[in-house]
Design a protein around this ligand. Structure first.
Ligand SMILES: Nc1ncnc2c1ncn2[C@@H]1O[C@H](COP(=O)(O)OP(=O)(O)OP(=O)(O)O)[C@@H](O)[C@H]1O
Ligand SMILES: [Mg+2]
Length: 249
């Protein structure tokens, strides 16, 4: 656990309360409650279609709840437009990478910095991102569409970091990556979190996510069915059977 958790548990940092979200007439999230403390890594686990991406898109303001609220440091987020939510310090690395293929790596990164005003700070931040992902610096002028899948994933995370967020939302950062790269991405998420950044991590790779996270939530068809510390979830037989291939850790 990171040190900042103990300092910050008194005030919920980010809260999703009784959140309902629908696509047209079909409700995808049925009154979910999630709390994230400052400095934590919280993972959201669940099968395909459980509502993980919907949850992140709601926090980002890309989807509007039909009921309930999202509070960040006491301020309502669910009524703010997405670009204002980015300014408040919440950025998302979307599922499926979504980089701009006909723009260079550097141009993609610079797009993520549009809320930053101070050029010196932005340059320092870019340097930090290049330290996290040296591959991006080597390929700064390469068109993003010609990067490998893993490199595109690094770029998507790097772009989300360019806004210097306080909360980083990661939607399946390890999807489709070779095991060695999965480990690299998870180590990098840990390094990012060690700077004090709060992380919400959506993952199919439940074991790796729970090893990294402080706490986790399990979603099943739009409902939170379990929430606990990550070690307790790893040791929970229901979680082991449903998400960890029935194996004990
Ligand atoms: N644009 C959309 N229009 C209609 N229904 C949608 C839309 N996006 C998602 N849904 C539905 O909402 C539910 C939750 O989807 P969501 O993408 O949040 O799941 P997920 O947990 O992220 O799944 P996965 O692991 O496959 O990414 C699913 O039933 C899905 O079919
Ligand atoms: Mg998803």
């Amino acid at each position: 656990m990171s040190n900042s958790i103990t300092e910050a548990t008194a005030t919920p940092y980010l809260t999703l309360r009784d959140l309902r979200v629908s696509y047209g007439s079909v409700e995808a999230l049925h009154s979910i409650n999630i709390t994230v403390n400052q400095g934590e890594i919280v993972t959201i686990l669940g099968a395909n279609g459980a509502g993980k991406t919907t949850t992140l898109m709601s926090i980002s303001g890309l989807l509007r709840p039909t009921h309930g609220e999202i509070l960040f440091q006491g301020e309502a987020l669910h009524t703010l437009p997405p670009h204002v939510i980015v300014q408040r310090g919440i950025t998302q690395s979307p599922e499926g990478r979504r980089v701009f293929g006909t723009m260079s790596v550097l141009e993609n990164l610079q797009l993520g910095a549009y809320t930053r005003k101070n050029a010196d700070e932005a340059a320092k931040n870019l340097q930090w991102i290049f330290e996290l992902f040296p591959r991006l610096e080597e390929r700064a002028s390469q068109l993003a569409g010609t990067l490998s899948g893993g490199e595109q994933q690094m770029l998507a995370i790097g772009r989300a970091l360019m806004g210097c967020p306080r909360v980083l939302l990661l939607d399946e950062p390890s999807l489709g990556l070779a095991p060695i790269l999965v480990q690299f991405i998870f180590d990098t998420i840990k390094a990012i979190n060690k700077t004090g950044m709060t992380v919400i991590l959506v993952e199919q790779n439940a074991r790796a996510a729970l090893k990294l996270a402080d706490r986790g939530y399990v979603l099943e068809v739009g409902k939170v069915v379990l929430e606990d510390t990550a070690p307790n979830l790893l040791a929970n037989p229901e979680v082991q059977n449903a998400y960890l291939g029935g194996q004990r850790d």
